[in-house]
Design a protein. Structure first.
Length: 239
């Protein structure tokens, strides 16, 4: 049986520019696609059932880091992950300073967690922090792979109770004790400065880093310069 494929353009004209969005993710029903804003100032949403294309969020929320002088609004988010427990998408900051959250129920776009800035006492200015990652159904958390950041970024999403998002306080969040509470999520570096050696061993025994290790290995092979020694120690502990 022959299967015909057709390519066509849908939706209105989009803003001009290069590398406006970097990757995207579907909702579980495969109807809605959300594209992560890279140079763009809004999230791209596509309804695959009706071919409706909309832009949500805005430059008041989706910003690049203050280290980009002059400010050009580039390389804000590189990758993201969908969380089935609360029907939200979390985008990983590359040059942006906070994690971006897309609520798929309401299309609200907001930033969550603390500011992720330059590490004290280092020459790193906060650019190229994380790129790509995944959601883990083992502990219900989201992990981002480091580029120049001194650790893996772990996000503990809010839970949905009675239709409203609430901070998560269940025991699974304690598997990696290098997390500290935030109003909506928990996010922190798991590198040398934030996570003592004993805590890295606990993370390894919990098995949380096995999948991260595989993703990081691919990144390490692509780059000429390996990641920081603190990140490598985290992965060695998990073996």
């Amino acid at each position: 049986m022959l299967c015909w494929q057709e390519c066509s353009l849908v939706g209105p004209e989009l803003p001009e520019g290069k590398w406006l969005w970097h990757g995207g993710t579907f909702t579980p029903d495969r109807r809605y696609l959300y594209a992560f804003p890279n140079h763009a100032d809004q999230v791209l949403k596509i309804d695959t059932l009706t071919d409706e294309v909309t832009l949500i969020g805005g430059p008041d929320v989706i910003k690049s880091g203050r280290h980009r002088v002059p400010q050009d609004g580039r390389y804000k988010y590189l990758g993201g992950a969908y969380v089935p427990g609360n029907n939200c998408v979390y985008c990983f900051p590359c040059d942006a300073e906070r994690v971006l959250k897309i609520n798929c129920d309401t299309d609200e776009v907001s930033v969550v967690g603390r500011e992720l800035l330059q590490a004290p006492g280092t020459s790193w200015n906060g650019m190229n922090k994380w790129q790509n990652g995944f959601y883990s159904d083992r502990d219900g958390c989201v992990y981002a792979v480091p580029q120049r950041a001194d650790g893996v970024l772990r996000v503990v999403p809010a839970t949905k109770e009675n239709g409203a998002l609430q901070p998560r306080t269940d025991g699974r969040a304690a598997l990696c004790p290098c997390i500290f509470p935030e109003s909506v999520l928990h996010a922190r570096f798991c590198g040398r400065s934030a996570c003592p050696r004993s805590r890295r061993r606990l993370c390894g025994r919990a098995g949380l880093w096995r999948r991260v290790q595989g993703v990081q290995g691919k990144v390490r092979r692509r780059r000429a310069k390996p990641p920081g020694a603190s990140v490598q120690r985290v992965f060695r502990r998990a073996r």
